[in-house]
Design a protein around this ligand. Structure first.
Ligand SMILES: [Zn+2]
Length: 366
């Protein structure tokens, strides 16, 4: 038997389970009961990427009464998201609200007793510590492998569990990564480590990877991936890490095909969890600059604070400018530049990185 001893979480004073009626059906479930519900109320979870999977997972966690959610996303809501991204509506798309903030507002309408923080940001080596350090569990709801390998590096280094999830076409896949807790790291749990992402796949897939641009995506596949991910999260948060699944599970909802690959133990010689070499955290991975399904390029190498009033005045003679306080949009057909307060920008209407960089330099600054 593995040892799954728990000690009390330190430094948290999450909400109490005050609303007995709200959670009554969940408390009746034998795997949760009242003690589990109290643990959920003290849970602190980061959701990385609030697109389709992230919105579904965040919604499930919020309804389940998880005490603190940090929602992290770099993008804003558009009409094409509404087919599958269940926390957004037409008003959000019309206002081009950042996804993290739109999701926070919707969640608080159905559960105002939990804490929800929106972080409009890109998860990169320079921001990851600030974005994830105060969560006990990280849910991967991203759409790209570069960010997943970065999450893997960070979470293995910190001894922080994370849960991979992916959906494409009618296919969903998920895996729990339970890193070893190093001496000196204070955690609410101890465990026998599982394999990490790099144990199974030492590097990201080469060449053309199917994306929702090429293979499409079913809302049902997204919700299935989110359901699997959140159920595993609930096991962890209710201090039952010992019954978490230790496989990479994939399921095709269209054909019913199912596959499982063992991820029970670390691979001997793994660069990340074995040799503790954190290439992505050191900035050696490829930066991810195109956005799935968006005909867009992200420009994120400029770290500067942007004065929206000044930029609006400067760009108004050149095209249509709108700002909602959280971002500024400059439309100059066929391109639209969306600029965030930290200088990051999304250039829509192209996947040509050189063109996107030159538009940024011309209109925002070099
Ligand atoms: Zn590993």
């Amino acid at each position: 038997m593995q040892d799954f001893a728990h000690t009390p979480l330190t430094g948290t004073s999450g909400p109490q389970v005050e609303d007995a009626e709200r959670y009554s059906r969940q408390v009746l479930f034998h795997g949760i009961n009242i003690e589990g519900q109290r643990h959920l109320a003290h849970g602190r979870v980061a959701v990385v990427g609030v697109g389709a999977t992230g919105a579904a997972s965040a919604g499930l966690l919020a309804r389940a009464g998880v005490g603190k959610l940090t929602l992290i996303d770099r993008d804003f809501v558009e009409a094409s998201n509404l087919q599958r991204q269940i926390l957004f509506d037409e008003e959000d798309a019309a206002a081009a609200l950042p996804k993290a903030e739109a999701a926070r507002r919707h969640i608080l309408r159905f559960n105002s007793s939990i804490g929800v923080i929106s972080r409009i940001a890109d998860v990169v080596p320079s921001t990851i510590e600030d974005l994830l350090s105060d969560s006990d569990l990280v849910l991967d709801c991203t759409d790209n492998f570069e960010t997943r390998y970065l999450l893997n590096d960070y979470c293995v280094r910190e001894g922080k569990p994370w849960i991979y999830a992916a959906a494409i076409g009618a296919y969903a896949a998920t895996m729990n990564i339970l890193p070893v807790v190093e001496a000196g790291q204070t955690r609410s749990w101890t465990n026998a480590p599982s394999a990490c992402l790099a144990c199974l796949f030492p590097s990201p897939p080469d060449g053309q990877v199917q994306t929702c641009d090429t293979a499409g995506i079913l809302g049902s596949a997204v919700n299935f991936a989110a359901s699997l991910q959140v159920t595993e999260a609930m096991k962890f948060l209710t201090r039952q890490a010992g019954i978490m699944r230790r496989t990479l599970l994939s399921f095709d909802l269209w054909t019913g095909e199912r596959a499982e690959l063992s991820a029970a133990t670390p691979r001997v010689g793994c660069e990340v969890c074995g040799k503790r070499s954190f290439r992505y955290l050191n900035g050696e991975g490829r930066p991810h600059i195109t956005l799935c399904g968006r005909n867009s390029v992200q420009i994120h190498e400029h770290n500067r604070s942007v004065d929206f009033a000044e930029l609006k005045e400067r760009l108004s003679p050149l095209g249509r400018v709108r700002s909602n306080g959280m971002l500024l949009r400059f439309e100059r057909p066929p391109h639209t530049l969306t600029v965030f307060p930290d200088g990051r920008a999304l250039v829509q209407g192209t996947t040509d990185i050189g063109l996107a960089r030159s538009l940024y330099a011309r209109f925002v600054g070099s």
